[in-house]
Design a protein around this ligand. Structure first.
Ligand SMILES: *[C@@H]1O[C@H](CO)[C@@H](O)[C@H](O)[C@H]1NC(C)=O
Ligand SMILES: *[C@@H]1O[C@H](CO)[C@@H](O)[C@H](O)[C@H]1NC(C)=O
Length: 491
């Protein structure tokens, strides 16, 4: 696994031949995002126990939670009434029923070197860190763990957790110290989860080979006069800990030591696409997250990756994503001004922040005209990099996208198990992601229309253009196709 190269990308396709572009993201085509099409996970055995599922484990006998004392580095205890970070374990799936459990400080739960006590001290997972999870078929929240010594785990006392249970396993009574309740507190449904969830034999049959798609998309886009932006969404190590960024277990681990490999991915993409007339831009990294990724590390990577692109093309734009999280939205401007043909990518969602849950329809709309408009102005400077946040001819292009999609589905016999790409098509000042979805409950069609119109008006000022997330989605307001067909958005 460690040696596998992750190439996880998204394609954006644009409806205009020149910036400002109006674009749409082909989200979930090349990098799986479970929420956009949950049913694709249905064929996985124990599909609630995928890589990165965060679980808390309560001893039924003691009515206390298992805890990696200090968050890891020492023994496991079973004396916590209220579970929090130290009591949360991240699954690494080996197969349908065998797992490793990683704790807050990133060690794996395992057997002590000599003896049967449970500890969380190893930074790698081997046999002693591997557990067979046995579920009660009548109540799958009741589980037992079999350790590598063949014995079952038991919470003997609040301070002694061992793998040496010798009692009966015929029932699942509360009084049995080998029985635990498994609470699932977070799930990830990304590319890592689906490929490892189905396993190497089934995954290629369920998924398609994005490598073939990668080769063909720009050719098809050219045929239809559509431009392409290729966007690296899932860098090995994970640049934000989310399911769409190659995270195995939700830890954000991308950093300096990953720069060289990630630049090699960009070099590969640039070499492959540079001569395609449909290539509008290459986006170096989607949604790096602050503070886990420092500005210094990010600009070091952007500089090296920019140079990799420029070895092959002087005309394609290079898109630099602003950091998400606590970061100054103008922090890349001076760096970007030293480069040619670049765009700063900003993502604007009236979601993912508590403040939006309390906003009315009008407050959401005002927020776009005031706050977003100001934010956009800050990154849209004269002679500076362009800004990116879609196009009037979108409707007629739908048939083309669907046809491209058809080719995508048919031409791809088997997805390479461990590698995947997402490609976004677009660049400059780029409002690279927005959507008509929001937190307003019970909004009318007219409300949605006004909200989308406000966003088109404001994001239309982005000098590189905008891109809607996404073309198709099970959650309909996220689907540009659905919004257009239902008269919500008039691009
Ligand atoms: C749990 O047990 C450990 C080890 O004996 C002890 O250090 C800790 O204070 C205990 N915590 C609680 C909440 O009882
Ligand atoms: C699952 O993995 C465990 C641990 O590596 C192994 O012992 C077991 O045979 C595997 N089961 C299957 C069905 O491959």
């Amino acid at each position: 696994m460690a040696s596998c190269l992750y190439l996880l990308l998204a394609f954006y396709i644009t409806f205009s031949q020149a910036q400002p572009f109006k674009a749409v993201n082909l989200g979930n085509w090349l990098v799986t995002e479970g929420w956009m099409n949950p049913s694709i996970f249905d064929g996985i055995i124990n599909k609630d126990l995928l890589d990165g599922t965060h679980v808390q484990l309560k001893s039924t006998k003691l009515q206390k939670y298992l805890c990696a004392e200090n968050g890891g580095g020492t023994s496991l205890v079973a004396n916590r009434s209220i579970p929090s970070d130290w009591e949360t374990f991240r699954l690494w799936r080996i197969n349908d029923t065998y797992f490793n459990l990683r704790v807050l400080n990133k060690q794996f739960v395992g057997l002590e070197t000599q003896g049967n006590k449970l500890v969380a001290v190893s930074n790698t997972a081997g046999d002693p860190e591997t557990f067979h999870i046995i579920r009660n078929t009548n109540d799958p929240t009741r589980v037992r763990f079999q350790a590598s010594n063949g014995q079952l785990l038991q919470a003997q006392s609040e301070t002694l957790v061992t793998a040496d249970y010798g009692g009966s396993v015929s029932g699942w009574e509360d009084s049995d110290p080998s029985v635990f309740i498994i609470n699932i507190v977070r799930t990830l449904q990304g590319e890592y989860q689906i490929t490892n969830g189905y396993g190497p034999d089934k995954a290629p049959k369920v998924l398609q080979n994005e490598n073939t798609w990668i080769i063909n998309a720009p050719i098809l886009c050219r045929k239809y006069g559509i431009k392409v932006i290729v966007d690296l969404h899932a860098a090995q190590g994970s640049q934000n800990g989310n399911e769409h960024s190659a995270a195995r277990d939700g830890f954000q681990e991308w950093g300096d030591s990953y720069i060289q490999d990630t630049v090699a991915v960009i070099d590969f993409l640039a070499a492959r696409y540079a001569n395609r007339p449909s290539l509008a831009a290459i986006a170096l990294m989607n949604e790096p997250q602050a503070p886990g990724i420092s500005l210094d590390t990010l600009t070091k990577y952007y500089q090296a990756a920019y140079e990799a692109v420029r070895k092959y093309t002087q005309t394609a734009y290079v898109i630099l994503s602003n950091r998400l999280g606590p970061a100054d939205p103008t922090e890349l401007l001076s760096f970007a001004s030293t480069l040619n043909l670049v765009a700063i990518d900003v993502h604007y969602y009236n979601l993912f922040w508590d403040g939006f849950t309390k906003m009315s329809v009008q407050q959401n709309i005002d927020f776009i005209y005031n706050s977003r408009s100001n934010d956009l102005r800050k990154v849209t400077t004269t002679n500076g990099p362009l800004s990116f946040v879609g196009n009037s001819k979108i409707i007629s292009y739908f048939n083309y996208i669907d046809e491209i999609g058809l080719c995508y589905n048919q031409q791809i016999p088997a997805r390479n198990h461990w590698a995947s790409f997402v490609v976004d098509c677009m660049m400059e000042f780029f409002a690279g992601e927005w959507t008509a979805e929001w937190n307003v409950k019970g909004a009318s069609k007219e409300d949605y229309q006004k909200f989308a119109k406000a966003q088109q008006e404001v994001y239309g000022r982005a000098t590189f253009g905008w891109a809607y997330w996404a073309y198709k989605c099970a959650s309909r307001h996220w689907s540009l196709k659905w919004n257009i067909e239902n008269n919500i958005i008039h691009p």
